[in-house]
Design a binder for this molecule. Sequence first.
Ligand SMILES: Cc1ncc(CN)c(N)n1
Length: 221
Amino acid sequence: MSRFRDELWRVVDGVYGRILVHPFLTGLTDGTLPREVFRHFVVQETHFLPDYARALAACGVRATSPAAVQRFAADCARTVEVEHSLHVELLAAFGLDQDDARRIGAAPTTVGYASYLLRVCHLGTFPEALGAIVPCYWIYARVGEALLEQSSPDPLYAWWIETYGGEHYQETVAGVLDLLDEVAATLPEADRARLCEHALTTARYEWLFWDAAWRRESWPI
Ligand SMILES: Cc1ncc(CN)c(N)n1
């Protein structure tokens, strides 16, 4: 039986293909990614992840079943405990702390992506929120899985890859994809289409986030 997740993946697959060949990601696995580019990425993650956790909490508020409320509450906590902590430790490896990250500030793409997620997850319907949030989980899981096959000669990059390619993160994502299939089975076609539109936008933002780090994007004025 065909699953909605397969239909959704077809929508984002082209973007995912572009992500995998982006020099940021190929540089992670062959170890050639300049450390200052990775540092820029890590700083931006410490800005993005608290808003991402807030968006997950908002998905929990929107959720239409107790199991879904519990899932998003747990994923919100996991994002702070595991992902944000990882990036704070990576900051420390660069001799930076969260005050330094605050002083450096959020780049335009970080502000744009976080704002989009927060808007859809707060103001949209539950299926819209799901459409916006799922690529954040899924693209990282697919990227982590793909990169784990090669890992990296750079221990900092290998650490990052192991977090997203590791079993714990993969299980988290499998759970949200089961939920996606369950919810989509109850939706009319127009709602599924809207869900896919949000997913395409956030998949594009995922590409943009890596590209912005690669360019070490900052405010031009
Ligand atoms: C930009 C971004 N998107 C998604 C993830 C995975 N939660 C992340 N850490 N950063």
